[in-house]
Design a protein around this ligand. Structure first.
Ligand SMILES: Nc1ncnc2c1ncn2[C@@H]1O[C@H](COP(=O)(O)OP(=O)(O)OP(=O)(O)O)[C@@H](O)[C@H]1O
Ligand SMILES: [Mg+2]
Length: 528
């Protein structure tokens, strides 16, 4: 190397005109296109094999090769950096919901609530995009990538299924009514009104069934046939219901003429098993029949039967939401021309007096909520609220004030004629009776109400020492009578199986069973 340095001669710059390219054969332009390494190789190839400068050229070649490699690496690093900077400075992509293809290369996409017809990158086959899925759009709003389906989004309840498969939603408070399309995921799904579905974030497409709303489980779309004649011994209660509900419906004009306030509902109260629930259901059936008979118009009934404790929910606000939901359903159906009944059984559990105790924090908001909903009901707009309770004294007075549920109808225990009427209902003519129905019913009722020692149900001992008895007849109820007949029937069936011949229902069988559950109890009262 030292030798080669010593031999180096000072370089004389030739003028461009006299510059003679190495190799002699190549033009100046061709020389320009060669890299430094190629030039060194070219010069070396022109020197004779024993030329003293060859070693220097080899050294020079190595240095040039190292510098060129370094340059290459630096260029690559710069290119990468340029690429990154370019990426970071480009605007964000948008995510939209793909709604449908428009042309071979265009798609209807909703981005941030606005609709666009976007070009689709030819690399993405349009058929691979599914209705309702997310797509990535660049700054020119061209679809450049298909993303999957959303995993989140608002949940709504289906109100109605339109004939073409679209869904109507949004009858709930605070929601606008909307008609939605089904996503590709729900095309074949069997949907029902009341189901809860999840929407895409743009609220254009239903994506997933989340669950079944509880609301429709409670409603009986039609009430079973229950004429007033199927209820025995409650003539007074039946008359009161008819006066309260049937008259205003049937004589609308007269009530308007007299500007008479029409009750929005009534409360049925009385001891257990005497027919409160039965009367509530019968009201719906009979009102429909009466209206049909008088006016010729048949309004379908919508009977929403709710048991008070079903509404109590530990989640804050859920009970209130359910009460509001009940009224919304009734109003909706009434608007569609149905006779809507909201029947709340065991009403004292949710509409009890607001006082201290368990669940009281719920009651203190449920009662005012119920009152507000009641105030919002227009009388005679086909929504009737019926409450039933065997502890009417526990119901908050705000519920029962005039203008809300101001009619209280007592459902008493049946007296002897009433009990006989109920026995006649259950001892049907079609059953194998041993004697005429009326005679059998009379005999069984007499046995049930007889003031005999075997019928003594409860012994009351007063402080004065006086004793009194409550007899089974004093505690009769429709439910007990129905149970007596059922037990007599089951006895007759067993006898028929044992004797291989049909056993009829006799007085003896029935009377025997009306005393079967009786047990004498003693109760002491502190005062006379
Ligand atoms: N007056 C009646 N006429 C005919 N059947 C009756 C009568 N009362 C009660 N029943 C029979 O008793 C059953 C229970 O009656 P219902 O459920 O209406 O009583 P309730 O007053 O609502 O009782 P609870 O207060 O316990 O809810 C009815 O399904 C019916 O078979
Ligand atoms: Mg009941």
């Amino acid at each position: 190397m030292a030798d080669s340095k010593k031999r180096a001669t000072p370089k004389v710059e030739p003028s461009p005109s006299e510059a003679k390219p190495p190799g002699g054969m190549l033009s100046h332009e061709e020389m320009e296109s060669l890299s430094a390494l190629q030039l060194v190789d070219l010069i070396a190839s022109e020197l004779p094999a024993q030329h003293p400068s060859l070693m220097d050229l080899i050294y020079l070649r190595d240095r040039v090769a190292a510098i060129e490699e370094m340059n290459d690496q630096a260029r690559q690093a710069l290119e990468k950096l340029d690429e990154i900077v370019e990426k970071l400075r480009s605007p964000a992509f948008r995510v939209g919901t793909f709604l449908m293809p428009v042309d071979n290369d265009k798609a209807h996409v909703c981005i941030g609530g606005t609709d666009y017809v976007c070009r689709v990158d030819p690399k993405i086959p349009l058929v691979s995009l599914q209705m309702g899925q997310r797509v990535l759009c660049n700054e020119a709003f061209a679809v450049v990538q298909g993303l999957g389906f959303d995993r989140n989004g608002p949940i709504v309840r289906i109100d109605e299924l339109l004939s073409d498969g679209r869904l109507r939603i949004g009858q709930e408070a605070g929601l606008m009514s909307l008609v939605l399309l089904r996503s590709a995921l729900l095309v074949k799904e069997k949907l029902k009104p009341g189901m809860e579905v999840r929407l895409d974030v743009n609220q254009r497409v239903a994506l997933e069934v989340i669950g079944m709303g509880k609301r429709i489980e409670r409603s009986l779309e039609t009430v079973t046939e229950l004429p007033w004649s199927a209820i025995g011994g409650q003539a007074e209660a039946v008359q009161a219901i008819r006066d309260t509900i049937e008259l205003p419906f049937l004589h609308r004009d007269l009530f308007k003429r007299f500007e008479h306030n029409v009750p929005k509902g009534f409360l049925l109260h009385g001891p257990p098993g005497c027919g409160k629930t039965l009367l509530g259901k019968a009201t719906a059936y009979n009102l429909r029949q009466q209206i049909k008979e008088r006016t010729g118009v048949d309004h379908p009934e919508f009977f929403l039967h709710v048991k008070g404790p079903e509404i109590l929910n530990m989640w804050v606000g859920e009970s209130e939401r359910q009460v509001r939901d009940l009224f919304i359903q009734c109003r909706e159906r009434a608007r569609d021309g149905a006779l809507a009944f909201l029947f709340i059984d065991e009403a004292e559990s949710i509409l009890g007096t607001r006082r201290a105790g368990r669940y009281q924090s719920i009651l203190s908001t449920l009662v005012p909520m119920f009152c507000t909903e009641m105030d919002g009901l227009e009388p005679l707009q086909n929504v009737v609220v019926i409450l039933a309770s065997n502890r009417a004294d526990l119901i908050d007075p705000a519920i029962l004030r005039p203008g809300r549920i101001d009619r209280k109808i007592k459902v008493n225990r049946p007296d002897q004629p009433g009990a006989q009427a109920i026995y006649e209902i259950y001892l049907r003519e079609t059953l194998p009776l041993a004697e005429p129905r009326a005679d059998l019913a009379r005999a069984v009722t007499e046995a049930h109400f007889a003031k005999t020692p075997s019928n003594q149900f409860l012994e009351i001992v007063f402080r004065s020492g006086r004793k009194d008895f409550l007899y089974r007849g004093d505690l009769a109820s429709g439910a007990i009578i129905a149970a007596v007949v059922e037990r007599a029937k089951s006895f007759a069936i067993k006898r028929s199986i044992e004797t291989h011949q049909e056993t009829q229902l006799t007085r003896k069988t029935c009377c025997m069973h009306c005393s079967a559950s009786t047990r004498r109890t003693t109760c002491s009262r502190p005062r006379t």
